[in-house]
Design a protein around this ligand. Sequence first.
Ligand SMILES: Nc1nc2c(ncn2[C@@H]2O[C@H](COP(=O)(O)OP(=O)(O)O)[C@@H](O)[C@H]2O)c(=O)[nH]1
Ligand SMILES: [Mg+2]
Length: 184
Amino acid sequence: MTAFPTALPPQAPLKLVVSGPVGAGKTTFVQTLSQTPVVATEAEASEDIGKTNTTVAFDFGTLHLDGQELHLYGTPGQDRFSFMWEVLCEGALGLVLLVAGDRPQDFAHARGILDFITSRIPVPFLVGVTRQDQDRVWDPADVALYFGLPQEQVVGLNATDPAQAREVLAHLLELTLSPQPALG
Ligand SMILES: Nc1nc2c(ncn2[C@@H]2O[C@H](COP(=O)(O)OP(=O)(O)O)[C@@H](O)[C@H]2O)c(=O)[nH]1
Ligand SMILES: [Mg+2]
């Protein structure tokens, strides 16, 4: 008699979402990590967001980490695409909320995106503070205080550095796959 599997096989790709304000480093993070060509949906920005192109649907990349296949979806940053945050987070096993550490003016928006998503979809998350390679950047510990989160849930990174980006995902996987109830 053949037993039907009751759970997904461990090899099934895990869906992870990367969100945050415009300029946080979401597209960069997905591009740095992906081992397959990134599917990006950039268009000319329709409002002044400080750059000419912005993500309008999502960035998609894939990678293997510790024998696990991961599918990474980067969301748009603008509020007018907030419906996409929900669409992309459906069925996600983890979320990385990025914010640029040298743009404290974006922290409130980042917090708003995090609340928007986690109030609708209770997904384990990490906050990643990008641009740690720059001068005058907020320390992850201070961003944790700002967000009212435990320090271990906020990590600093340079999103252009593959080793640092992979470390963030490894940390998220630990959080996601740990038997304890997820933080947040
Ligand atoms: N030096 C540095 N530049 C970064 C980092 N993260 C993103 N960038 C740069 O910041 C700009 C905006 O990043 P992007 O990925 O387009 O942000 P998105 O709007 O969140 O997708 C790009 O020029 C990136 O190269 C980082 O950690 N360090
Ligand atoms: Mg982008």
